[in-house]
Every structure is written in C-alpha cells, then in structure tokens.
Design a protein around this ligand. Structure first.
Ligand code: 5GP
Length: 202
C-alpha cells in the first residue's frame, strides 16, 4: 500500500488556517486531521476531542515526559503538542495526515520528517490580517497587539517552507493546497514501487 502524505499547514494567527483546513478536510478523501493537545482553555463552541484535547499543564507535562508528542511548542503562553500515536498508523494505512501547527512546531517536524509537505499560508495584506485578528473578537487589546506583532514577525519564517499559498479566498486557497497534494503524490521519489513493478513485468 502507498504511504499517505504528512501535510503541515502553518500561517500566522489571522491568516485563516482553520477555515482553509476545514475546507480541505471536507473536500479531500482519505485525510486524517491530527488533533493537538493544548493547555489553553476551550473557546465558546469548541469541544474536547474535536478541535483539541484540552488538558491541564500537569497532564501536558506528563504526555511530554512519556514521549507522546511528535513536537510541542509554547504559543502565546499556552502549550500545544501533536500526539505521535495515530500519525504513523494512519500514514502506513495510506491515509494523508494534516497537521495545522505553528511555525516552531513545523520547523521541528521538518527535521524529523523531511518527506512531509510543508505549506505556509499568507494573508493577502497586513490590513486584512489586522482586520481578521480584530474580527475574532476574542482578544483583549493587549492580546491583539501581541498576536499582530508576532503574526507579522512570523511571515519571514514562511521562506523555510516548500510552498506558499495566499489566502485571499478560502475556496481558492483550499483548491491550491489540494493541487499541491496531487502534485506531491506524483513525485518520482514517492512512486518507486510502480517503476519496480513495471520493470519486473517487462
Ligand atoms: P489557537 O489557540 O488559536 O487555536 O492556536 C494558536 C496557534 O497554535 C496556531 O498557530 C496553531 O496553528 C498552533 N497550534 C495548534 N496546535 C498545535 C500543535 O500541536 N503544535 C504546535 N506547535 N502548534 C499548534
């Protein structure tokens, strides 16, 4: 069976990663969304085990000590981690696995999983980014300023990724990401078995 692709999507706060990822998941076939663990409190409308596993700092530290995370990072004063189990299992079963994680996490996964597909989402403009962060309405003025500052600082890190997609429309951005995934599947390096099979049959 062909191994699935590990797809990592990052982008600064307010670039609309969440919405784009939801669209990809609804359009893609055979894709598993990796649910992260976080110590941040659940927002209104979020459910434990759906958006995140909401855990205490103690539980998070314990998971960490037990080696349960593929990567982890502190983002805006809270801990986030990608649980390792299931990822390998799903990839080996031919499913694609989607990680929506911050840049620190993505850089650490890049080292561990060089055959992953790393996609950076950009906002169409800084004005738009500012408006999107404000529109969330969940941020205090201090949190807003911190998020906007770190969002703009993070843009530079996007140069380390393999792909960049500007999110000027959710549908168009999701379509581009699905096209990237299709192209990645056609890489010669991912299709050695087909060559071998055909050569044998010659
Ligand atoms: P939020 O709290 O707004 O859901 O997410 C804050 C940031 O944490 C986002 O950039 C999101 O991509 C990132 N994030 C979510 N889960 C993980 C994770 O498991 N690992 C890392 N490194 N970042 C994560």
């Amino acid at each position: 069976m062909e191994r699935g692709l590990l797809i990592v999507v990052s982008g600064a706060s307010g670039t609309g990663k969440g919405t784009v990822c939801r669209k990809i998941l609804s359009d893609a076939q055979n894709m598993y969304y990796s649910i992260s663990a976080t110590t941040r409190p659940a927002r209104v409308g979020e459910t434990d085990g759906v958006e995140y596993f909401f855990v205490s700092v103690e539980e998070f530290q314990q998971w960490l000590a037990e080696g349960k995370f593929l990567e982890h990072a502190e983002v805006y004063g809270n801990f986030y981690g990608t649980p390792r189990h299931k990822i390998e299992e799903r990839l080996n079963h031919g499913e694609d696995v989607l990680l929506e994680i911050d840049t620190q996490g993505a850089l650490s996964v890049m080292e561990k999983c060089p055959d992953g597909v790393y996609i950076f989402l950009l906002p169409p403009s800084l004005e738009e980014l500012q408006a999107r962060i404000k529109n969330r309405g969940t941020e205090s003025p201090e949190t807003f300023a911190r998020r906007f500052q770190s969002a703009t600082n993070e843009i530079e890190i996007g140069k380390k990724y393999q792909y960049v997609v500007v999110n000027d429309s959710v549908d168009a951005a999701a379509e581009k990401i699905l096209a990237i995934i299709s192209a990645e599947r056609c890489r010669v390096s991912r299709n050695k078995q087909i060559f071998e099979k055909l050569v044998k049959e010659r």
